[in-house]
Ligand binder design. Sequence first.
Ligand code: AMP
Ligand code: MG
Ligand code: MG
Length: 323
Amino acid sequence: MWARSCFLTRLVASSVKISETAGGVIKEILCGGELKIVDKGGNGKPADLQTEADRAAQYCIVRSLHKVFGDNLTIIGEEDVTSYTPKIEESYCAKVLSLDERCPADLRGIKPEDVVIWVDPLDGTVEIANAAKKTPAVLAQVTVLIGIAYKGRPVAGIIHQPYYEGHETGRTVWAINGVGTYGMDYVKADNKQQKVVVTTRSHGTSSVDAALDALNKKGLADQVVRVGGAGYKVMRVLEGAAAYVFASQGCKKWDTAACEAVIEGSGGRLTDISGRMLNYDKGVQLNNSGGVLVTSCWVDHQEYLGSIPQSLKDGLPEFQAKN
Ligand code: AMP
Ligand code: MG
Ligand code: MG
């Protein structure tokens, strides 16, 4: 099956397993208790934390991908510093390979040198680093994100959630453009009276609140739920929330690449708060300076976009001013 499948299918099949092994690395470190926390920002802005789990998970992911696919792969990971772990994953998810024939013709010819792989080895770091107690609700916010871009756009993505109550090895949602989103039964129709909107827990700003207020007034945000992590918020949208709204800067390309592929595969959408598509080419600005708007397949993305005040959009231009 491996040899017959196209490169993109093989890359996703392998990345699913690698994300799960990275999830195991994260769990071992979080259990051990020695997080060795570093603040990468250290400039008075909101803390941008990194733990030993972030460092080791990225080592596992990057080393594993290079081992399986060679050094010709462009991988952009969140962490500049990594920590050795012997856990290198070389196996693959057979379910992904079994769907290879559904991979669209225009993606079948993708070669290793054509892709940019965006890796957030541990999304939701602030939530676990700052938690007084690592309850199941706190741990659920941790995800491993691997997004695959081709010609600047996400074509596949993996979101692994290592802690998912009742499931020893967590769960993994993956998507390939044109094939679909797999790994969970996501909500496909409007079966909700109330529109729940998920947003940041740790990086709130007045602009985030103003956007939520405006959506609430239009009946598009009846309830606001504040939880950590881009990956976890997208999981919440797949589980029934109407939208994920972040009208602020700070969320990066490695946060959104996998999320965008997964949400698009489920029939939803991800853009910035002005409706612009994000670019994932190598060398692009890392910050999603235009904010993030994710909508479920059962709500109208345009309606959400149209209800966010222009003044907030003007405050979040596509490109970040250099300082
Ligand atoms: P949140 O919704 O706050 O959990 O953020 C989603 C992702 O974006 C996480 O990986 C955060 O670390 C990142 N992020 C959002 N805002 C900021 C910020 N102001 N500084 C650093 N990282 C941020
Ligand atoms: Mg992140
Ligand atoms: Mg991270």
